[in-house]
Write a protein that binds this ligand. Structure first.
Ligand code: HEC
Ligand code: HEC
Length: 219
């Protein structure tokens, strides 16, 4: 790498920072894995989203997210929620980090080693989450979402977050995202030990993909 040859010290710094972040994630995982509530914590967010997928990976916001937000569960993806939704969720998490959250009993044994962000850090994390948040589908632009062709998508895809704007991805990208969401559903359902009920609506993957592909971003 040319960069490394010309600026060996800078390159070393970048490599070290990345290694430190990975180490933080490992340490946190070990801590909550050892908690008696580890199983519940592990299922709060899926493990499908990894450090290298974070937008602006080296920004202050991303690094603070890594430092504070993997202390109790897997890494949150800023794109999971839209900007208007993040402040309330973020506030719930900060209160918890300060040791005053709900799930008090459950959290008490974990709280001993948990760090809370300072005011400036909290502002930077929230700004980062909102900057890279999900763009919600605007039903005025996609009236089809309320017609039969949109029903499977609508039923399945607004259980954990708002319906995503179909133009977020191209037709060739969507099926992989939908497949990952299927995994997320399996993972997060196991939090409460759900078993599929006979009368529960089945996931109609083909219909969901057909809808998203039809309205996807071109090129
Ligand atoms: C002290 C432990 C703790 C820390 C640290 C923590 N969380 Fe959480 N988080 C939880 C618990 C417990 C839940 C499940 C209950 C709930 O949703 O409030 C949760 C749930 C979530 C969810 C899923 C809930 C939803 O509404 O989608 C998201 C997203 C999330 N956290 C993001 C974050 C972010 C971002 C940070 C860092 C700013 C963070 N968490 C830090 C304990 C924590
Ligand atoms: C069980 C909860 C759950 C359901 C149901 C769900 N998602 Fe998600 N979604 C997540 C989580 C968790 C993330 C963040 C982690 C990730 O990206 O895998 C996410 C992130 C996203 C993102 C932003 C990331 C990206 O790659 O663009 C999109 C778009 C998305 N979901 C689309 C969908 C669609 C389409 C469906 C319906 C098939 C769906 N989701 C159903 C949990 C869910």
């Amino acid at each position: 790498m040319r960069f490394a040859a010309v600026f060996p010290v800078a390159a070393l710094f970048v490599a070290t920072a990345a290694a430190q972040d990975a180490q933080l994630v490992e340490q946190a995982k070990r801590r909550w894995a050892e908690s008696p509530h580890g199983q519940m914590l592990e299922r709060i967010l899926p493990p499908t989203f990894e450090l290298h997928q974070l937008p602006e990976r080296r920004s202050r916001g991303a690094r603070l997210l890594i430092r504070y937000c993997v202390q109790c569960h897997n890494l949150p993806n800023p794109a999971m929620h839209h900007p208007a939704k993040w402040p309330a969720i973020f506030e719930r998490m900060v209160v918890r980090m300060r040791g005053r959250g709900n799930l008090g009993e459950l959290m008490r044994d974990l709280m001993a080693g948990v760090e809370a962000p300072g005011v400036g850090e909290a502002g930077a994390i929230l700004a980062y989450l909102q900057k890279h948040g999900q763009r919600p589908l605007d039903p005025k632009k996609y009236p089809a979402v309320d017609r039969p062709e949109g029903q499977s998508f609508k039923l399945a895809c607004q259980q954990c977050h708002v319906l995503p704007d179909p133009r977020r991805h191209t037709a060739s990208e969507w099926p992989a995202v939908v497949a990952r969401m299927e995994k997320n559903m399996e993972w997060m359902n196991r939090v409460v030990g759900n078993r599929p009920e006979a009368d529960e609506p089945q996931l109609k993957i083909e219909e969901i993909n057909a809808f998203l592909i039809k309205y996807a971003r071109k090129g």
